[in-house]
Design a protein around this ligand. Structure first.
Ligand code: SF4
Ligand code: SF4
Length: 277
């Protein structure tokens, strides 16, 4: 069976030009004729009793975002560099100035997700945002100048997915709650904010793949290496923060990632919430 390779193949947030915002108020004008759900209910359920159970975990194109990597590498008990080497591959991103990170599938005939077992997902409580969001897609209208506008949810319906024949009703808000998506959305929004800077080609003439971009990639996708880098370069000492904040950043991957985003904004644009000592 050939599965739809674009099943999860969407940015969890679409980067929509600001000029589209007004037209996005009109449901007829959403990209590709997509209609946002708003408060409307949809019917869906995914459980081990559906005939298609785990079908969608094979031959799937899936983007991984920085927070996905932190959750998964922690779940697997491995270093972020090992995780990236074992479980990811690079691909063209939504623009030429920063690569996308994709899940590396197993080399079995079905090209299964490496975390799939006979019983289902082995990393379920830490599964990536794309797995949680389906059957919805999320769009955020954002530019680097003015941040994010409200987000929109769209229902996707792939013919092989029998979850749509189940009767359980959800609104998008109920789905977000049940899938514990809010933390992922918050984290992904911060990443998207940074990506709007990357798409301006901020590499100061070095081009893609140069030292600056490599540092940015380390911050976003190799948090354990970034921790060592921060300690070696005495980076935290350069900014005003309490000792409590500093200890939190030193010991917590997500706090370090948030600091990393602010630090990248600081040295790429000069604008950041960070204040130098
Ligand atoms: S992470 Fe889990 S839910 Fe997502 S594709 Fe892999 S096995 Fe399926
Ligand atoms: S119901 Fe849909 S999401 Fe659930 S296992 Fe089947 S194909 Fe995947």
């Amino acid at each position: 069976m050939i599965f739809h390779v674009s099943f999860f193949c969407f940015y969890a947030f679409e980067l929509v030009e600001s000029s589209d915002y007004q037209t996005m108020q009109n449901n007829d004008k959403f990209p590709d004729g997509m209609i946002p759900l708003g408060g409307k209910a949809f019917h869906f359920s995914c459980h081990s009793g559906v005939k298609c159970f785990t079908s969608c975990c094979k031959n799937v194109d899936m983007f991984l975002f920085p927070y996905d990597v932190i959750r998964l590498k922690k779940r697997l008990g491995i270093d972020s560099e090992v995780f990236m080497r074992r479980h990811t591959r690079l691909s063209a991103g939504s623009h030429p100035y920063f690569p996308a990170v994709m899940l590396q599938l197993s080399d079995d005939v079905e090209k299964s997700c490496p975390f799939l077992t006979e019983k289902g997902c082995s990393v379920y409580s830490d599964r990536p945002s794309a797995c949680r969001t389906y059957p919805l897609e999320r769009a955020v209208d954002r530019t680097s100048e003015r941040g994010a506008r409200p987000d929109y949810y769209f229902l996707t319906n792939h013919p092989y997915c029998l979850g749509h024949q189940e009767e359980t009703p959800y609104t998008s808000l109920q789905w977000i709650r049940e899938q514990q998506l809010q933390e992922y959305n918050n984290q992904n929004d911060r990443w998207a904010e940074l990506d709007t800077i990357f798409l301006t080609n901020p590499w100061k003439g070095e081009g893609s793949g140069g030292p600056l971009q490599q540092i940015a990639f380390m911050v976003c996708y190799n948090i354990d290496e970034f921790r060592l880098f921060v300690a070696r370069q005495h980076i935290l000492e350069q900014f005003k923060m309490s000792s409590k904040q500093r200890k939190h950043i030193e010991s917590d991957d997500v706090a370090l990632l948030q600091f990393g985003y602010d630090w990248l904004k600081f040295f790429l644009t000069g604008k950041s919430s960070l204040q130098q000592r």
